[in-house]
Design a binder for this molecule. Structure first.
Ligand code: SF4
Length: 373
């Protein structure tokens, strides 16, 4: 079964580092947008193994519109093993959490980003560290058993000591999943422009690498096992929706800027809410970009995604999935990557033939992925 992703491109304010497609919440546009999504959901005629409502900030929609959207998804909720919803601390309430639970949402992903108010301010977040912790407790007491949070490291002149304290706070919370992302300065974001003007100096790579290494060791000790470059979970709580993505399985993306990957065809929807609504109403194609990659390119893409997971690439899985023999397909990349100590062959009689990222490889996962493409 494939996955279903629904993009809600509204936020209560724009964070300084963000380059996702999202706009400030507008009630009239949001109402039209949700109507369009509900009509599209109404037309779906299959079930999905996972559902993920992301953004943007889905909770920026408020209870009424979210209720409408969730109601339209009810007939899918029973079949999906995982139904995730992203929320920001400032837009959670007991009522809205009850609505989620009553609609079959069984995983809550909270955009916490930091437990340090200065850092939150530097990132342009509108909630406090205290509000983030309270949001986690509120969700837990409302009945959410599977809660995940996102954290960012490497912001400005941040030091390891502060990051250690943040991870400690995270590990003490009743959560199952932690995503840790190193800050990247995406083109045309306010933080990128500040760096360009010299008003902001990014953290040195080695300091950011030290924070990442510390997170891996500390979280493992606290029972959060790394299962992908940026993702850590307690046993049995890895995000299935994202695992589907790293296995290059099929998914349908609804909403402005959402991407679908169905029958080997990747399609990206128009990144403009009003254009998305208008195209839907005129029954026009919602896509602005579409490609069907040849089988060999799809296989390489599968390699580039799957190598990011802790398990890496099992050669027989790869053969079955893509039809290609991994060592032959990636012969030249493999030689270079193993020589530089970025990937390693599985060893030991209990392990199936395959490759995985080394400790150093996790630090340079983007380079590894791009060389496998
Ligand atoms: S809340 Fe998330 S999607 Fe919205 S601006 Fe901030 S980082 Fe971007």
């Amino acid at each position: 079964m494939s996955s279903l992703y629904i993009h809600i491109p509204f936020c209560n304010s724009k964070c300084l580092y963000c380059d996702f497609y999202s706009v400030i919440y507008d009630a009239a546009v949001a109402a039209d947008y949700v109507d369009v999504l509900c009509e599209q959901i109404e037309r779906l005629d299959k079930q999905y193994s996972t559902i993920y409502i992301g953004g943007g900030t889905p909770t920026a929609l408020g209870g009424v519109l979210l209720g409408k959207l969730l109601n339209s998804l009810k007939r899918f909720a029973g079949c999906a093993t995982e139904f995730s919803l992203e929320a920001n601390p400032e837009s959670l309430s007991r009522e809205i959490l009850r609505l989620f639970l009553g609609s079959g949402v069984n995983r809550l992903s909270l955009g916490v980003q930091s437990f340090n108010d200065n850092k939150l301010n530097n990132l342009g977040r509108i909630h406090s560290a205290q509000a983030a912790q309270e949001a986690v407790h509120l969700a837990r007491s409302a009945g959410f058993e599977n809660i995940g949070i996102d954290l960012i490291f490497g912001v400005g002149n941040e030091r390891l000591d502060g990051w250690r304290q943040e991870l400690k706070k995270a590990a003490e919370l009743p959560i199952r999943h932690i995503s840790c992302y190193g800050l990247t300065y995406e083109k045309d974001t306010p933080l990128f422009n500040a760096v360009k003007k010299g008003a902001l100096v990014p953290l040195e790579d080695e300091a950011a690498a030290e924070m990442y290494r510390y997170a891996i060791g500390y979280l493992e000790k606290e029972g959060f096992k790394q299962y992908e470059v940026s993702n850590f979970a307690q046993e049995g709580y890895a995000c299935r929706h994202n695992q589907n993505y790293w296995e290059n399985n099929a998914y349908l993306g609804l909403g402005a800027s959402a991407v679908s990957y169905l029958d080997g065809v990747r399609k990206e929807n128009v990144s403009d809410i009003r254009a998305y609504i208008a195209r839907h109403k005129r029954e026009e194609d919602l896509g602005v970009f579409q490609e069907k990659l040849p089988a060999i390119e799809r296989a390489k893409e599968t390699a580039a995604l799957k190598i990011r997971t802790e398990k890496g690439i099992d050669f027989s899985w790869f053969k079955q999935k893509t039809g290609f023999d991994f060592p032959k397909l990636q012969k030249s990349a493999l030689a270079g990557l193993t020589e530089r100590g970025l990937i390693s062959y599985n060893r030991g009689s209990s392990q199936r033939p395959g490759v995985h990222l080394t400790q150093k490889g996790f630090l340079f996962a983007d380079i590894v992925s791009s060389e496998l493409l």
